[in-house]
Each structure stands twice: as C-alpha cells, then as structure tokens.
Design a binder for this molecule. Structure first.
Ligand SMILES: Nc1ncnc2c1ncn2[C@@H]1O[C@H](COP(=O)(O)OP(=O)(O)OP(=O)(O)O)[C@@H](O)[C@H]1O
Ligand SMILES: [Mg+2]
Length: 248
C-alpha cells in the first residue's frame, strides 16, 4: 500500500554544525490490510519517517510511493489516511464532542454519518461518557482515546499512529488494542509506532525495526521469530529485537 524507497533525511540545525542524519537509506513496504508495528529506541527516526510519509517534511533523498488505491492526488491520498501525531493538539476549551464534530466537519463528513461515528467510536474507545466535558479536564489516556476517535471519523483506509498507546493505563491499553484489532478486521491498514514490544507482538503481523535511522528488520513478526504462524512458542519479539540491537 505504501513503499518507502531509499529514504534519507538529514537535519541541519545550524550552518556551521554537522547535519544530523536522522534516516539513512530506509526502505520498507506497508502491506494492505495488515497491522504493522514500528519499533525503535528514542531518536531512532520513527516520527521523522511518519512525518515524511504525511508530507509534513520532505526527505533529503528517496521517495515514498503510494498505491493507486489510496488516491491519485496527494489530497485524495491524505483524505484516506487517519494520522495521529506523537503529541496531538486539542482545543482544550471545547468539549470532546465539540472537538469531534469540528474535526469531522473539517474532513467534510456529513452530519448524520458524523453523529453515528462519534457515537460508535466514542462507545468503542470508552470515551463516550466524557464527551460533554471540556477537554482541559481530560487525563492523558482520555486524550489518546479522543485522538483516536477523531481520526476515525472520515472512515480512512490507512491509520498512521505515532505512539497511540503511550500514557494509557494497562486496562486502557488492552481496550485500545482490542479496538485496533476490530478496526483491522474491518479491512483497514494500520501502521503504528510503540516502545512497548509485547503490544506490537500482540496485535501486529509485520514489524519494522529501526536502529539509529537504519532499518534492522522489516517483514512478518513470525519470520523474525523463526516460527510458523500456528506455533506460539520460541523466543519473544522482545528477545529478538534486543538481539537485533546487538548486531554490529
Ligand atoms: N526538526 C528537527 N531538527 C533537528 N533534528 C531533528 C528534528 N526532528 C528530529 N530530529 C532528530 O532526528 C532524530 C530522530 O528523531 P525522531 O523524532 O524521528 O525519533 P523517534 O524515533 O520518533 O524518537 P522517540 O521514540 O523519542 O519519539 C533525532 O536525533 C532527533 O534529534
Ligand atoms: Mg517519536
């Protein structure tokens, strides 16, 4: 569905300083209708990769190829993507419901459908009870849930989520993972970054592992763990990712 072809990105913070190479020759594919996890330590380049995918910043080299099913123009492509940034911004003087209606109308979702989706995803992500409260009273986990609902309103085919589970308590994480699983079963493609390897192992069929801006692995989780899909014993993804990090 999306192919990263030899993407490199360097940031120049100051004319005299050496540029920071955030990404070096990054290539991988996101397959349609799969859940792909994006793993990497702090500063390994995950957010930079996702920002390049969304055209918020441009790559220094390489290109991102979008499948025709996502759209012909970039405007069509982005209207088929639901993107949740690492630090989403919310208008805190609005109620959750007002914010969701605002986001839905920005995406030109018609009112009856918008109402139905706010109610459906609000219930599913267990935030419906708080939707008439002002956002400035929300906890971190409630904001994450609201953020996820807000990017589902226009019915995107592809979800790009930058650490959607961070700051969510264990029960909340479980519920959000179940919701992501449900969204996946509806035929959506999901690409999400996380630091929590067991979460990725639980819901992802594929994984991309970045280390210092380079791809250490991209492909099926089962192939990385050296097991066939019926067999659940063997090393955990956490063991394997740790080993990958130890490679020269
Ligand atoms: N606008 C910028 N200017 C300069 N350097 C940047 C900029 N954005 C990112 N970087 C650098 O690029 C590298 C990758 O950063 P990035 O935010 O992509 O990492 P990350 O994998 O998302 O980390 P985290 O897990 O902490 O969110 C880091 O060294 C960071 O300092
Ligand atoms: Mg990041």
């Amino acid at each position: 569905m999306i192919e990263f072809c030899h993407i490199s990105k360097s940031f120049r913070t100051d004319f005299w300083a050496r540029p920071i190479n955030a990404l070096t020759d990054v290539s991988f594919q996101l397959s349609s209708k799969e859940v792909t996890g994006f793993l990497g330590a702090n500063g390994s380049g995950k957010t930079t990769t996702l920002k390049i995918l969304m055209h918020f910043i441009s790559a220094s080299a390489g290109e991102v190829v979008y499948a025709p099913e996502l759209g012909k123009t970039f405007l069509e492509i982005v209207s088929n993507i639901g993107y949740m940034p690492e630090r989403p911004y919310f208008y805190s003087n609005l109620t959750g419901r007002e914010f969701l209606f605002y986001m839905g109308s920005l995406n030109e979702v018609k009112m009856p459908l918008l109402r139905e989706r706010v109610s459906r995803w609000g219930e599913r992500l267990q935030i419906a009870h708080a939707l008439d409260r002002k956002i400035n009273n929300y906890s971190k986990g409630m904001l994450q849930r609201l953020g996820l609902v807000s990017i589902l309103l226009h019915g995107p085919q592809l979800l790009i989520l930058d650490e959607p589970l961070s700051g969510v308590d264990p029960i909340g994480r479980k519920e959000m993972k179940a919701a992501l699983d449900e969204i996946h079963k509806e035929g959506k493609t999901i690409f999400f970054s996380s630091h929590i390897v067991p979460d990725i192992e639980e819901i992802c069929t594929s994984v991309v592992v970045l280390e210092e801006g380079k791809v250490r692995y991209s492909g099926p989780v089962d192939a990385l763990l050296g097991r066939n899909s019926n067999k659940k014993e063997g090393p955990s993804l956490e063991d394997m990712v740790y080993k990958l990090g130890k490679l020269p």
